[in-house]
Design a protein around this ligand. Structure first.
Ligand code: PTJ
Length: 255
């Protein structure tokens, strides 16, 4: 299929084509395509751009990652397909960050595929292909982690995460930074620092901040008001819906 760059939904359509291709190669599971659809719907409602509130969250996240002793980025199939380059930029800008494959639908082949996508994007070392530890009390395969990565991390950046693991990480005293377009998800509501933004934009902005000299993007445990960030996102959706409703045609179209 040929897509014209002039199509108003060109970017969204090419992203879908990329994800469908990644599904055919086994990188993304069918469930990942469904999850993407949910994300797209929220992005549509949020205006498909980074809000000032989300951008502040991204800057705070960069500060936390810089301040952490053992920061980690957790990567699943969707994140590898959508944002491997941005993950590589973060790892280059902050070499202390561990990059770890973590899959809900884990098979050895998919773990290798995610690692391969990250390595092709420039990540030097990918953890989690052969898990060496388990997070207690978590029934899913997301519990299987690397002893040098998520298991000992103080700050975990977890894009497109599930609520159970976000809760399990917090119970272990680890700080959780989520990236999830759904401000109502359990993950967003659990995270210490929820970023309500599209994953490629969010990780790209965090990389932008980390690529700045440390004096302009300092290591900082800036206090973060998670509840405020989520209500900002809901207010954005509310405002946009109200504006759209106010513009509705007054006359009914003829049947
Ligand atoms: O690769 P695997 O096996 O680890 O599986 C990955 C998926 C995404 C299938 C798995 O993590 C999953 O089932 O996730 P959930 O529980 O559906 O949660 C995904 C969340 O990410 C949802 O709240 C979506 O709204 C959100 N989301 C989807 N696409 C994006 C997104 N958030 C930001 N950017 C996106 N592009």
């Amino acid at each position: 299929m040929r897509l014209s760059p002039r199509h108003p939904r060109y970017r969204s359509l090419t992203t879908r084509v990329g994800l469908a291709r990644a599904h055919r190669t086994g990188l993304v599971v069918a469930e990942g395509l469904i999850a993407h659809g949910r994300g797209e719907a929220f992005d549509y409602l949020l205006g498909e751009r980074t809000s000032p509130s989300a951008r502040r969250a991204e800057t705070a996240a960069a500060g936390w990652l810089r301040a952490a002793r053992r920061p980690v980025v957790s990567v699943n199939g969707n994140v590898a397909a959508l944002a491997a380059r941005e993950v590589a930029r973060i790892a280059r800008a902050l070499p202390r960050v561990a990059v770890e494959v973590n899959l809900f639908h884990r098979t050895p082949g998919r773990a290798r595929a995610v690692a391969g996508a990250l390595e092709r994007a420039g990540v030097q070392e990918v953890l989690g292909v052969r898990p060496t530890a388990r997070i207690a009390g978590l029934p899913s395969d997301r519990a299987r982690v690397d002893r040098r990565g998520i298991y000992v991390a103080d700050v975990c950046l977890v894009p497109l995460e599930d609520g159970d693991r976000a809760q399990a990480l917090r119970r272990r005293g680890q700080k959780v930074i989520s990236v999830d377009l759904n401000p109502l998800s359990r993950t967003s509501r659990t995270a210490d620092l929820p970023i309500v933004d599209e994953v490629r934009r969010a990780l790209g902005h965090i990389a932008d901040d980390l690529e700045r000299p440390a004096r302009r993007s300092p290591a900082r445990w800036a206090p973060f008001d998670a509840a405020r960030a989520l209500s900002d996102a809901l207010e954005t959706i509310d405002r946009r819906l109200n504006r759209a409703a106010a513009r509705r045609p007054t006359r009914r179209p003829r049947a």
